[in-house]
Design a protein. Structure first.
Length: 276
């Protein structure tokens, strides 16, 4: 059975880009008689706003998207801690106290997610009194797993290349897990078989495939869909003035009609589907 999911973070209202992603995941599951899950990713500290979860449910219902809601991330902290503890015990994590400015200044190359961390703290001694993030030693991890493959439904088989992102953070200074660790563990726990998300997260999948191998997790397939873009070629975002789905609901727009238009590739003026 195909199981897909939509996993928004309650730090801002949903917009048309989110609607497109939810519809893609929903329709792929529905076409195969599968399940479509809603998971709230709410471990972003004070930026996670509990009332937005209810807004998200109302937005999906307004669009006519049926879903099953699963446990939110805030109820999964023990699982994240256990996985991080296992990786520490294997000698694959190290503490990092570098700031973003320090990383940007020291980075020797640019990767898919920005300046690539140069491994400054990999061999440093650490004062436990200082707040630290925990990074994955990717070279050591790959030495354990060997070459890995993952499959994207649109682009075919991919040779995993997590080194392109450098030693990514798995446990943040201000949160119990980074996106990489939490999403990988959550998808396994929710028995997701097809991870549907935007192409902007394509590179992250190289890391997620490595984590699956290290933690003995099942390996799904992925479907990295195109992104909706504003007329200025920017990603849709509230800060760019993209109307939220809640605002569209409030002014009386027809949700199912909007969803059908999105399925047909007919988007509101000024919004296009990126070609690559």
């Amino acid at each position: 059975m195909i199981v897909t999911r939509f996993a928004p973070s309650p730090n801002g209202s949903l917009h048309l880009g989110h609607a497109y992603s939810a519809i893609v995941g929903h329709d792929l599951a529905a076409a195969a008689g599968g399940r479509f899950l809603l998971r709230i990713e709410d471990i972003d500290g004070p930026r996670s706003l509990a009332p937005l979860a209810a807004e998200f449910r109302a937005d999906l219902a307004w669009l006519g998207v049926r879903f099953e809601e699963v446990t939110p991330q805030s109820s999964r902290l023990a699982r994240y801690a256990a996985a991080a503890g296992h990786l520490r015990g294997e000698g694959l994590l190290y503490p990092c106290t570098c700031t973003r400015a320090e990383i940007a200044a020291a980075a020797q190359r640019w990767g898919p997610e920005g300046p690539v961390y140069p491994g400054t703290c990999r061999t440093r001694s650490h004062n436990p009194a200082r707040p630290a993030a925990w990074r994955l030693d990717v070279s050591a991890a790959l030495a354990r797993t060997g070459p890995l493959i993952w499959e994207d439904a649109l682009r075919g088989a991919q040779a995993a290349d997590p080194a392109a992102l450098g030693d990514v953070v798995l446990v943040r200074k201000d949160a119990p897990a980074s996106y990489h660790l939490a999403a990988t563990l959550d998808d396994a726990a929710d028995e997701v078989t097809l991870v549907t998300r935007g192409r902007d997260l394509f590179a992250a999948t190289h890391v997620h495939r490595l984590l699956q191998a290290l933690l003995g997790l099942p390996v799904p397939r992925w479907h990295h869909h195109a992104l909706l873009m504003a007329a200025d070629s920017g990603k849709l975002a509230k800060r760019r003035g993209s109307p939220s789905l809640a605002e569209r609901r409030a002014r009386g727009e027809d949700g199912p009609a909007l969803a059908d238009a999105i399925r047909k590739g007919s988007f509101p003026a000024g919004i296009t589907l990126a070609s690559s």
